[in-house]
Design a binder for this molecule. Sequence first.
Ligand SMILES: Cc1ncc(COP(=O)(O)O)c(C=O)c1O
Length: 428
Amino acid sequence: MIRLKTQVPGPKSLRILKGLKQKNGGWSVSYPLVFSGKGHGPYCEDIDGNVFLDFASQIASNPLGYNHPGLLDVVKGYSGRHPLKYAGQDFATHEHLEMIESLLSISPFSMDAAFLINSGAEAVENAIKTCMRKRPAAKLGISMAGGWHGRTLGALSLTNSNRIHKMGYMRFPAMRLPFNDNAADELERILRSEASPEEIGFVIIEHVQGEGGYNIARKKMVEDIRRITKKNGIPYISDEVQTGLGRTGKWWSFEHYGIMPDVFCAAKALQVGAVVARKSMFPGESGALSSTWGGGHVLDMALGIKTIGIIQKEKMLRKNKLLGEYMLGRLRDMKNVSNQRGLGLMLAFDVKDASMRDDLVVECARMGLLVLGCGQKSIRLIPPYVTGEDDADRAFDIIERAVMKTSIGGFRHTGAVCEFIHCGRHIA
Ligand SMILES: Cc1ncc(COP(=O)(O)O)c(C=O)c1O
């Protein structure tokens, strides 16, 4: 249950947030609370004793909510052990193989190998490298307008949802397709006028764009791009970093489209980064892909393996689909919002403008609900898989109140919260 004991942020949180603002070199903006580690299901408690309903799920990286008993057991099993991080590509642990096998068991049958790494961006980076290695004549990659793939320079070159992420950083050559039914025509045009198939390293796509606005790809667009890439032998990479591991009601978002990528990337909910493909797609030479920690954080891998097991045992794919449909129904009934959309537990809606969106994020947090912005003027709802309809109702009641409040002309939030709130513009 939501419980607010102090202002948001509370005094203990405020002290730490101020310190981070001053000393964290990567500071942008943050959520106005500091997590205590306490919590249950979709509810989390901050160090001031406030309890929030979390519909941000640590940006889709916490699928099972707080203190799931199955995951707590895994953590207990590793207490008294050190190190928990091994130089995993060179020094093997059994968790490494188990994680790969677990991942392959929920992947298309023909995808029979995976490479583990630390983060989503590194998964994308290594998917790019995997494709490029196979295509020595390749000179550029193709991504979608509004796409988001991470912050390492390769992944960032393919990202183009918001200028702030890229300003001042060098890029490798990339071209864009519009994220609509004209994509296939543009790809044909590029192939006709700009580059031969061999010069194109890959096409990368999120079937539900994350940071770019929770835009759901239309089936025709995906089928057309896949048909053209297949015909021309251009590898198709599905970025499943945000959509993957059951969030959309299927293990991977490409399953909604009846297509098969050549390579896909996972991370976030999986707890480790991963590139999945046919073994023959990966470079044959030892050392072509590697890293110190990749495949080496044994606790992360054990938690990822258990997460897959819990999703299977508790039949969460179906549950996510049903709860998603329920939430979309509630979303469609809402007034003063537009463009309500959703696939499984990736839902979003638009409000009047970016300023109202930012106010809405703040007001929801002040009423005990954590949500994130995305795109130009959207709010995304990403509840953990352990959320019930009653929790969703509670969230919608808050959102409706917040929408009413922030719709009033001239509304602006004030107070310490403004210094820290995440307004949704700079986060993946
Ligand atoms: C679709 C997508 N790809 C890649 C990334 C990069 O993942 P990470 O932040 O773990 O590097 C993210 C999230 O940031 C994402 O949402």
